[in-house]
Design a binder for this molecule. Structure first.
Ligand code: HEC
Length: 150
């Protein structure tokens, strides 16, 4: 029992470390790298309320979903243009593999854009499933093309 609090401290420190390192990443970034980090972070934020709706923690609001999904789509369409060749250097977390498989990279961004359009028209019933597909698309691209540095 006594061991639990220190363990939780460690967990808290690890969590804090994660957010500090991503804040630092933002700081060192400029130009197109900074722009895409911002765009990615915005997409994440746009999904927050939708996430809560899907979990039943916020009331379903079709208009709010549509607005957020539309912004998400706009960002998704910009993704390929925000990754000009050779922009993977620190503090970027972009993998050089992006430019070896750019067609695949682009089609993942297109898939996100298509799903965002689907999300815009979601009903309370279809929202959780579409959101899962959206999340899987974020995650799939990150697993392949994002190297998390710390
Ligand atoms: C087509 C590939 C792709 C898709 C789809 C994608 N991402 Fe990313 N994401 C990346 C890459 C690559 C990076 C690293 C960029 C860099 O550091 O230069 C990244 C970075 C991020 C970051 C960190 C930004 C920062 O400040 O360092 C967040 C947050 C993020 N993505 C959220 C999302 C969310 C949410 C989605 C889905 C709605 C998503 N991404 C979809 C490729 C993608």
């Amino acid at each position: 029992m006594r061991k639990l609090p220190p363990l939780m401290m460690v967990a808290a420190l690890i969590l804090a470390g994660v957010s500090i390192s991503s804040a630092l990443a933002h700081k060192g970034a400029h130009g197109v790298v900074k722009q895409r980090m911002k765009a990615m972070t915005r997409m994440e934020k746009r999904l927050r309320l939708i996430n809560m709706m899907a979990q039943g923690k916020a009331a379903f609001d079709a208009r709010a979903v549509r607005e957020r999904a539309t912004t998400l789509r706009k960002h998704a369409r910009h993704i390929p243009a925000l990754f000009p060749p050779g922009t993977h250097k620190h503090p970027s977390e972009a993998s050089p593999g992006i430019w070896q498989h750019f067609n695949d990279f682009r089609s993942r961004a297109e898939r996100l854009s298509t799903l965002a359009a689907k999300l815009a028209g979601a009903t309370e019933q279809t929202l959780p499933t579409i959101l899962r597909e959206v999340r899987a698309t974020c995650k799939g691209c990150h697993e392949r093309y994002r190297v998390e540095r710390d």
